[in-house]
Ligand binder design. Structure first.
Ligand SMILES: Cc1cc2nc3c(=O)[nH]c(=O)nc-3n(C[C@H](O)[C@H](O)[C@H](O)COP(=O)(O)OP(=O)(O)OC[C@H]3O[C@@H](n4cnc5c(N)ncnc54)[C@H](O)[C@@H]3O)c2cc1C
Ligand SMILES: *[C@@H]1O[C@H](CO)[C@@H](O)[C@H](O)[C@H]1NC(C)=O
Ligand SMILES: *[C@@H]1O[C@H](CO)[C@@H](O)[C@H](O)[C@H]1NC(C)=O
Length: 578
């Protein structure tokens, strides 16, 4: 059980937020993954044929065109040869990863940072593209900027130097007050966490499925890797604490500790000690391995979303189609009803990619139908899921005259209140700000001639509550006030940015909620409350997306998308299909 979560976790690592992000979290609390004792609750419903079905009904309806939903639909269509229908409420596909046009710019609403898309081990997102025959060109890059207080300004160079030492060593040398000790502590940290990442990277996403039968696929095709996983020390499934504070390893250097806290915060929203050891290990390994790099889809996230959409037929995705309810007969999901009243039937079931709190509103608790006990169970499960906080965004379009991009970086992490201190300080509100400057390396992005765009955001630590119930004036004033910190972060990169500004858009948690369709503008579920897999107590209803383990991030949601899709075929068919 631990093994499976570890596989999921390691696959899920993705980058975002301050600089890196993987919310793939692994908590002991949810480690009672009972895939032997619990019978498969949903899925594998290939034997079910709705009595009302006609040949025209899709086999599977997918609610939501987030990256998770698009991956699920593509795997169903290309690998399992099922017919699908994706229903998206927005007029643009992509969910959090959608791109929106304003005054000649194509701004990206969310993710820009990925790893594992251009060189092995390839992450689940790239695996989906490959197995479905979809192409995206990747731009790889290997450094980003760190701007702290005072002289805390440096570039994180990924990869290793000529003598095969992490390039990061020279930063430690410059920054730490006890460089020799810090370098030793860092080298030992990499060494001691290495065993955590090796076996899991051997198992492809296609081996997984959102039900207990995953054990069979792992045993059948990946016995050795499964065995390696099972041999890992128990700490591999727990938090990073034993690697920070002993007994396995102790980091004492204050600068290194602060850096690890910041890195962890952008992975999990928690300090290093509370972040899953496996996620930390994977990121540390990937950043500092030979030729370590980050990846960006050429042309922007739009290219990625377009590639996934192009994998579907014109009649297989419908935009501006809001699902109002999931239709459940007996205890089986057999279609959906749209907001406009239209009823759509699916032959085999429904995959829900909408955030868990949206799903809640799509489930109508049964009044009299005793067969609907599954709905009540699922609603109870959703009720116990805690949300992470929201975002504050600043999108700007700037006149680029005289800006030398070769002196700038594609991404920055800015510490507005400083990097060094205890974890509470490092991770505090409006401290760590991400600045994305993707025009730096991609000249195929949509911006007016001679202009660039930037996106600064406070990631997952903006309170929704302070934005509620304000008058229009109060709301506008609060936007101006709180965006000052984001402006300050951008000015650290381009000092005269305000004079250059020709488009300015401040996005509050309310904006985030509205355009990204995220209740209370949430970043996603708290790591402790993620659904452990996509199976549900309603037959034929399977979930994917960032409320499902391993959580937030494009590779993670691709993984839960693949798992959800695979549970619509039997184990043997799944094994034959990859
Ligand atoms: C600012 C920001 C930066 C980020 N940076 C990164 C990064 O650098 N790297 C990274 O890997 N990740 C990053 N992330 C996280 C990542 O973007 C998300 O975890 C991921 O995109 C979520 O995908 P999803 O498939 O779960 O669903 P979503 O993107 O939430 O999509 C769900 C879809 O369902 C639709 N929907 C909802 N309800 C209904 C309904 N009733 N009917 C029809 N459709 C419905 C919605 O409109 C939406 O399109 C970032 C996120 C944000 C917000
Ligand atoms: C790293 O890149 C160099 C130069 O392109 C190449 O020779 C080397 O094999 C690469 N190393 C790895 C581990 O991919
Ligand atoms: C959700 O938050 C509440 C209050 O902080 C806490 O008691 C509960 O354990 C959390 N739930 C999960 C699943 O972590």
């Amino acid at each position: 059980m631990i093994a499976l979560q570890l596989v999921l976790l390691l696959y899920s690592v993705s980058l975002c937020g301050g600089f890196l992000h993987s919310n793939s979290a692994l908590t002991k609390a949810r480690n009672s993954y009972s895939f032997i004792t619990t019978p498969a609750r949903s899925s594998s419903s290939s034997t079910f044929i709705a009595s009302t079905s006609t040949n025209k009904n899709p086999d599977v309806i997918v609610i939501g065109s987030g990256i998770g939903g698009l991956c699920a639909a593509n795997i169903l269509r290309h690998v399992h040869k099922k017919t699908v229908l994706v229903l998206e409420s927005h007029y643009l596909p992509g969910g959090c990863a959608h791109t929106f046009p304003i005054k000649g710019y194509e701004f990206e609403s969310g993710p820009t940072i990925l790893l594992g898309c251009s060189k092995p081990p390839l992450n689940p997102l790239r695996q989906v593209l490959d197995i479905c025959g979809l192409n995206v060109d990747w731009i790889s890059y290997s450094s980003w900027g760190v701007l702290g207080d005072g002289d805390e300004q440096w570039d994180l160079e990924l990869g290793r130097d000529a003598s095969n030492r992490p390039k990061f060593d020279s930063i430690i040398e410059e920054r730490s007050h006890s460089p020799a000790l810090a370098k030793t502590e860092f080298a030992q940290l990499l060494e001691k966490t290495l065993p955590l990442i090796v076996p899991a990277t051997e198992i492809p996403a296609m081996a997984l499925r959102a039900d207990s039968k995953v054990l069979f696929t792992l045993l059948a095709k990946h016995t050795k890797s499964l065995f390696k996983l099972l041999q890992l020390p128990d700490a591999g499934t727990g938090p990073f604490d034993p690697y920070m504070n002993g007994p396995i390893h102790t980091v004492t250097d204050p600068w290194l500790r602060s850096w690890l806290d910041g890195l962890a915060f952008s992975l999990s929203g928690l300090e290093a000690a509370r972040t899953p050891a496996s996620a930390m290990s994977y990121v540390l390994w990937d950043l500092h391995r030979d030729n370590g790099s980050l990846d960006y889809p050429k042309g922007g996230m739009k290219s990625l979303v377009n590639a996934l959409v192009s994998g579907l037929g014109d009649d297989e995705i419908r935009l501006k189609s809001t699902v109002a309810s999931i239709d459940i007969v007996g205890n089986r999901a057999c279609g959906v009803t749209l907001k406009n009243g239209e009823k759509l039937v699916s032959n085999e079931g429904v995959i829900c990619n909408a955030p868990l709190w949206c799903l809640r509103d799509l489930l109508k608790p049964a009044e009299s139908d005793s067969g609907n006990g599954g709905v009540k169970t699922l609603l109870d499960e959703i009720r116990s899921v805690n949300m992470t906080r929201s975002y504050l965004h600043l999108h700007v379009g700037l006149d680029a005259e005289g800006i030398d991009q070769s002196k700038l970086k594609p991404h920055y992490t800015v510490w507005e209140k400083g990097m060094v201190g205890d974890s509470e300080h490092v991770c505090s509100e409006l401290n760590m700000i991400a600045v994305s400057n993707v025009c730096n390396f991609d000249d195929s992005l949509e911006v007016p001639e001679g202009k660039i765009m930037m996106h600064a955001y406070a990631c997952g630590n903006e309170e929704y509550g302070i934005w509620e119930d304000l008058s229009k004036e109060e709301y506008e004033a609060l936007k101006k006030e709180r965006a000052e910190t984001l402006w300050s972060a951008i000015e650290k990169v381009v000092p005269d940015a305000r004079e250059r500004c020709e488009v300015e858009m401040i996005g509050s948690p309310l904006t985030h909620e509205r355009f990204l369709r995220r209740p209370r503008g949430t970043y996603g579920a708290e790591v402790e409350s993620l659904f452990q897999d996509g199976s549900t107590s309603v037959d034929g209803l399977v979930l994917c997306g960032d409320g499902i383990f391993p959580g937030i991030g494009l590779p993670s949601v691709a993984l839960s998308g693949v798992s959800a899709a695979n549970s619509f075929v039997g184990v043997w068919k799944q094994l034959q299909n990859y």
